[in-house]
Design a protein around this ligand. Sequence first.
Ligand SMILES: C[S@@+](CC[C@H](N)C(=O)[O-])C[C@H]1O[C@@H](n2cnc3c(N)ncnc32)[C@H](O)[C@@H]1O
Length: 250
Amino acid sequence: MSENPESKWFGEKPVEAEDKTGMVHGVFSNVADKYDIMNDLMSGGIHRLWKDRFIRMIRPRQGLRYLDVAGGTGDIAFRIRQKIGKKADITLCDLTENMLRVGRDRAINKGWINDFDWITGNAETLPFEDNSFDVYTIAFGLRNVTRIDNALKEAYRVLKPGGRFFCLEFSKVRNPLLSKGYDVYSSFVIPKIGKVVAGDRDSYQYLIESIRKHPGQRELQQRLQRAGFKNATFSNLSAGIACIHSGLKV
Ligand SMILES: C[S@@+](CC[C@H](N)C(=O)[O-])C[C@H]1O[C@@H](n2cnc3c(N)ncnc32)[C@H](O)[C@@H]1O
C-alpha cells in the first residue's frame, strides 16, 4: 500500500495534492454557520449518539492533556469538558477559522470561553512540540485531511509515550442491503438537504464523496500500525456506517 493515496482526490474528483487542502478549507469555510444544524438533519441526530459513545471509550479524566484535531465547532471538546469539569485541559486545532469561530460562539453561550485553547492548524503539520498530549482525538476530520499517513505520524509525534489516539469517522458498511440503502440516501438525499438548508449542494456532494473514498476499517487499522501505534484496533458503530479506531503510543 503506497502512502497517502487520498492526496490526489477531492471526493471523487482527481486533483493535484497541493490544491486539495485549500479546497477542503473552502468547503468548511462555506458550511461553518450551518454545520451543526446540518449534522442533526443529515443523521437524524445519530451523530450525537456516536460522539457520546466515542467519549465513553476515551473515559476523560482530570490531569491529562487533550488535543482535539479537526475540532471544528467543538462537539468533542465540549463533551470532554462536560465530563471533566472546569479543570479540563483541552486544545482544539482546526484548519478552518470559520469553524473555530462558530465553536467559540458556542463556548461563550455555555460560559466556557476560557476553558479551551483554540488553535488554527493543519493535522499534517501540527503546531505543537513532540510528546505534548496524553490523548489525541479526531472526529469526522481524518477523511478530509490531504495526507492521512502524515497526519497519523503527526498524531504519534505529539502524543506522550503512553498517550492514546482515538478517531471517529465514517467507514464501510458490511451488510449489502444496508449498504445499498445508505448509498441511495447519501447520494440523493444529503446533497438536496445541503442545497435547501445550507444553499450549498456542492459542499455536501463533496462530503458524501469523501465518505466513499475514505479507507475501510482494516486499511485504516494497518495505517495506524504503520504510523507506529500499538494495539491499533477498531469498533464499528451502526453496522460500520461509522467506526472508532484507537491506538497507543508506547
Ligand atoms: C466534518 S468536520 C468535524 C468537526 C468536529 N470534529 C465534529 O465532529 O463535529 C471536519 C473538520 O475538519 C477540519 N479539517 C479538515 N482538514 C483538516 C486538516 N488538514 N487539519 C485540521 N483540520 C482539518 C475542517 O475544517 C472541519 O472543521
